[in-house]
Ligand binder design. Sequence first.
Ligand SMILES: Cc1ncc(COP(=O)(O)O)c(C=O)c1O
Length: 405
Amino acid sequence: MRETTAKPIPLHRVFTVGGEGEYLTTALRSLRLSGDGPFTKRCHTFLENRFGCAKVLLTPSCTAALEMAALLFDIQPGDEVIMPSYTFVSTANAFLLRGAKPVFADILPDTLCLDPQSVARAVTPRTKAIVPVHYAGNACDMDAIMAIAGEHGLLVVEDAAQGFDAKFRGRALGTIGHLGTFSFHETKNVTCGEGGALLINDSRFTARAEIIREKGTDRSQFLRGETAKYTWQDAGSSFLPSELQAAFLLAQFDGLETIRTRRRRVYDFYESRLRPLERAGLLRLPCRQSDAESNHHLYFMILGSERERSEMMAHLETRRIQSSFHFVPLHGSPLGRRLGGAAYTLPVTDSVASRLLRLPAFAGLEPEELDRVCEGVEEFFAGKNSHVLKSNKAMADHHPVYGAE
Ligand SMILES: Cc1ncc(COP(=O)(O)O)c(C=O)c1O
C-alpha cells in the first residue's frame, strides 16, 4: 500500500456558516450570558416553528435532555426501559441513573434502527418506556413503535441525537414520541460545541419540564410574571445552556439550508461512486428509506468481516483518510455485561457492529476530498485477489445483513 503526503481527511470537521462570530459578539456585548436569554428564546422559536412542536427547551446536551426525559417519565428503580443496544451510552445512562434496567432490543438490518418486533418481544409488566434511536438520520418505524406503546400504556422518548431535521412519513423525528431529544454536539449536523434540546410533544410534561430544567424551581413561570416569587417545587437540576451556546446555535440554524445542501451533495457523491461496489456484493451502504427523509448525518459501509474492516481502516489510513467504527453494543460492554447483558439474542446488532465503518461525512467536505476517499475504497477492493472477492460475494448472498435488500 502506498504512503501519501496528502492532507489528512478527518472523519469530521466543524462547519461554520459565517454568522457565528457576529452573534457571539452580540451576546458578549450584552453581558447577558446565562440561560434563557434572547438567543435561547430565538432558538426555541426556530425549533418550534420548523418542527411544529408545541414546546422545545434547549439543554446543555442530548444527554441532559434524555436525563430530563427519565425524570419526566418518573422512572423508578426496577422499571424496564427498552432501547437498542446499538446506541451511544447516554441513551441507557439517563435511565440507569434513575435505577431502571435497560432492556436491549435488536435493530433492523437495513435502517440499523430499532426493530419493532424485537421491541414487542421485550415488553414485560415492568416495562415503562421505549427509546427509539434514529441511527445516522435514518428513521425508526415510529408508527409501529407508537402502536406497541399504545397497546401496553408505555411512554416513548425518541433519541433523535442524530436525527435533527430528518423525517418519518412526513413528520420530523423527535416530534412523534411523547418526548424527543436532539444533540448539537460538535459532531452533529448543526452544532454549538455541546448542546441539545428536549421536544415536548405531550403537554402533560410541559410545566414540570420547565421546573426540572430550572433546578426544581418555578423560575421560568416567575420570569413570565405568572408567580410573585420562585421557590423549590420539585427535584431538578441545571439543564440550561448559556447564551453563548445559543448564539452560536442560532447562527447555525440561520445557515441550515446551506448545511443541508452540502451534506446532501456529500451523500450523493458517495452514492454515485460506491453503489457499484455494493452491486458487486463487496459491501453494504446506508439504505434509502422510501417513507423517510434522511438528514445525511453519517455515511458508512458494512464490510464482509471485522478483519476486512480493520484492513480497510488501515488502508485508508495510509492515504491519510480517517475512518471509524461506531458503537460498541451496550449489552457486550463491561457495564452492560454486569447488568446482565441482553435478555434476547441480538444477531443483527452483533453482526453489524463488528463490520460497520464510517467514512468522513460533513458539510465542509470538498469534492477533491470525497474523490480521494472513494478512490481509497475502490483501490482497497481492486487490490484484493479474486478468491477474496468471491468469498465476499458468497457472504452477500447468504448473510442476513448483506442479503437484506
Ligand atoms: C444516539 C445518541 N444519543 C445520545 C447522544 C448524546 O448526545 P450529546 O453528546 O449531545 O450528549 C449521542 C451522541 O453522539 C448519540 O449518538
